[in-house]
Design a protein around this ligand. Structure first.
Ligand SMILES: CC(C)(COP(=O)(O)OP(=O)(O)OC[C@H]1O[C@@H](n2cnc3c(N)ncnc32)[C@H](O)[C@@H]1OP(=O)(O)O)[C@@H](O)C(=O)NCCC(=O)NCCS
Length: 187
């Protein structure tokens, strides 16, 4: 944030008041337009519906999404990163990769060359995407999952922890296992 000339002024939390790690909670998601702030990033993990909902509320309130990227992440200079993304330490984003908006890339995730992530995609720690993989909006890739090259994963889907994905995954589908198989639909 400092590199972008910005500072963290506070958290927004619908369920808590007071402070977190010495940083004040300055409001709730229903009063975003009244905050003394001009930009935001969504800090919610796992709950992709909540992430999407609050992201849209913040945009409607006139706030600008900003990226928060750990200085220990490695991002190729040809990669295109959207807005409102969190990219944690040890992540590697390769040649010509594209990341949408409001994605959460946890530690040590690998997004190899030419991969394309939609909006609100979450990669749990240590998830590895080989080259030229496409991932649709609102999809979660579980911790330590591996996906082979040129696979397409649909929207609103989940790849389970530790899965090895060898085939395309349709929209609204939960897969898990080695090799990954459909567990259920994601309602
Ligand atoms: C895939 C997942 C979403 C399934 O959750 P679920 O629908 O609640 O599934 P259940 O826990 O009811 O398990 C259903 C069956 O699938 C199996 N299963 C669940 N997750 C699995 C996984 N990751 N790999 C292999 N099998 C799995 C269960 O053992 C169970 O098998 P059984 O019917 O033979 O007993 C979940 O287990 C998962 O892996 N989530 C990702 C978590 C993660 O990465 N968090 C990171 C936080 S940053």
């Amino acid at each position: 944030l400092k590199q972008q000339g910005r500072e963290l002024v506070g958290f927004v939390d619908d369920n808590k008041e007071g402070e977190v790690d010495g940083i004040n909670i300055i409001g709730k998601t229903d009063n975003l337009s009244e905050l003394d702030a001009d930009s935001f990033v969504i800090g919610i993990g796992m709950n992709l519906k909540a992430r999407d909902l609050v992201f849209k509320k913040a945009i409607d309130a006139g706030l600008e999404p900003v990226n928060v990227i750990d200085e220990k992440a490695i991002i190729d200079k040809t990669a295109k990163i959207g807005k409102g993304n969190i990219i944690l330490a040890g992540s590697v984003i390769g040649h010509f990769a594209k990341i949408g908006d409001n994605c959460f890339i946890f530690s040590n995730s690998i997004i190899e060359h030419n991969c394309e992530l939609g909006n609100n995609v979450q990669l749990a720690p240590g998830a590895s995407l080989a080259g030229s993989i496409k991932i649709g909006d609102n999809t979660l890739i579980g911790i330590g999952a591996n996906i082979i090259e040129e696979i397409k994963i649909g929207e609103n889907s989940i790849v389970g922890a530790g899965a090895v994905v060898l085939n395309d995954v349709p929209d609204n589908t939960v897969v898990a296992g080695v090799p990954a198989k459909e567990l259920r639909k994601n309602e």
